[in-house]
Design a protein around this ligand. Structure first.
Ligand SMILES: Nc1ncnc2c1ncn2[C@@H]1O[C@H](COP(=O)(O)OP(=O)(O)OP(=O)(O)O)[C@@H](O)[C@H]1O
Ligand SMILES: [Mg+2]
Length: 364
């Protein structure tokens, strides 16, 4: 116990010295940004008040005709999706990280760089204004994945810091102690245990049952039950975003799908519920692991402070179902942040304003 106290005091000392260290905040000319580069959507929150979300798609016009129609510049987000038949559509991130391509042309890195540039353009920095940005990465992203994220900001930001996404959510909420953050994204679900210091690998768990997984399960179930209906994964994702739920009782969810070109009404209630529920068992396992390996004196406080964030946390009834699942762990309290989609970028922005210079990587 004494050892633990000493260690705690040391950590306190470390955090005090961090607090007093020089930050970029003295650079009054600078623009600070928090960027959550996600598998599904990318979010920027800037110190000038700009907040934007862009679906993480980049579209490169396919040929001369497409260029005549769309211009020769890449398209982003909704615009890229809208013209997906005329562009080579790139989704640069999968499972929360920028994917390396086999061909060596690194189209995903190029697309991610363009996406960061686009986000920054939306943040409207003044000409010549230095820009310092914190970018979120999955809780246990590899060193290589973090390096490639840094590369995505090269030539765009003046300095960059990569930080664990669930930790940035916690930092944004001002919750740094005895809480468990669960960020349910598209590619990954990221858990992070907070205990008053920077989390280490042991405090974090990442698994890839998240929004994309739910979409695939939902698509499989609809196809199995209604082999004739025609749909794309984007249609499935939209239905989930409009109706996603996990509760036993719910209004029927009837949607229209084309069958041989004609719209037909289909009841997808059971399939959608089952797909959305896929998130729960691995989440309970991960919660059990993070709580079970924590100081026994504080386990109860941790159990009662579980916070959900990320787009996938918006499924109706999810906090309650996780609470039910936690009964076998001794119970718990689960709530959802107010702004699930912005929580990561808000926290990254707050961190950008406060983190000492030694934590940053200068890019120019
Ligand atoms: N209302 C909703 N109900 C259910 N799921 C939703 C809802 N809104 C968004 N989603 C899902 O949330 C996911 C996107 O969340 P988010 O933007 O946090 O992910 P991301 O940061 O892009 O992904 P990752 O963190 O894995 O890189 C998508 O799978 C999306 O379909
Ligand atoms: Mg995310």
């Amino acid at each position: 116990m004494a050892k633990k106290k000493e260690a705690h005091e040391e950590e306190q000392g470390a955090s005090t010295s961090v607090k007093n260290a020089a930050t970029f905040a003295s650079d009054t000319e600078a623009l600070f940004v928090g960027i959550d580069l996600g598998t599904s959507s990318s979010v920027i929150a800037a110190s000038n008040g700009v907040r934007e979300v862009v679906p993480s798609f980049v579209g490169f016009p396919k040929d001369n005709i497409a260029e005549e129609l769309l211009g020769n510049q890449p398209l982003f987000g909704e615009a890229a999706l809208k013209h997906r038949l005329s562009v080579n559509l790139v989704r640069p991130l999968a499972k929360g990280v920028i994917q390396e391509t086999k061909s060596g042309d690194n189209i995903n890195l190029k697309a991610a760089q363009l996406l960061v540039k686009h986000l920054l353009h939306l943040a409207r920095p003044k000409p010549g204004q230095p820009v310092y940005g914190v970018i979120g990465a999955p809780a246990r992203a590899s060193i290589a994945s973090k390096r490639i994220l840094v590369d995505s900001a090269r030539g765009i930001l003046n300095a960059v810091m990569i930080c664990s996404e669930p930790f940035s959510v916690a930092y944004g909420l001002g919750i740094l102690d005895r809480a468990l953050i669960i960020d349910i994204g598209a590619g990954t679900t990221d858990l992070c245990r907070l205990h008053g210091t920077l989390p280490t690998d042991d405090d974090q768990i990442t698994f890839d049952v998240a929004g994309d997984y739910v979409d695939n399960e939902f698509a499989k179930a609809v196809r199995a039950k209604h082999p004739d209906v025609q749909f794309t994964i984007n249609m499935i994702k939209t239905i989930k975003e409009q109706n996603g739920f996990v509760a036993d009782s719910a209004d029927k969810i009837i949607v229209k799908f084309p069958v041989k070109g004609r719209p037909q009404e289909v009841d997808v209630t059971a399939e959608l519920r089952a797909a959305c529920r896929c998130i729960v068992p691995p989440t309970i396992d991960a919660i059990a692991e993070l709580i079970g390996s924590y100081d026994p004196e504080f386990q109860e406080e941790l159990r009662n402070n579980v916070i959900l964030a990320g787009g996938g946390s918006q499924m109706v009834g999810l906090p309650k179902l996780i609470e039910q699942g936690m009964k076998e762990l001794g119970g718990g309290k689960v709530r959802r942040v107010e702004e699930p989609v912005f929580a990561g970028a808000n926290g990254a922005l707050k961190m950008a304003k406060r983190m000492p210079k030694q934590f940053w990587q200068m890019l120019s």
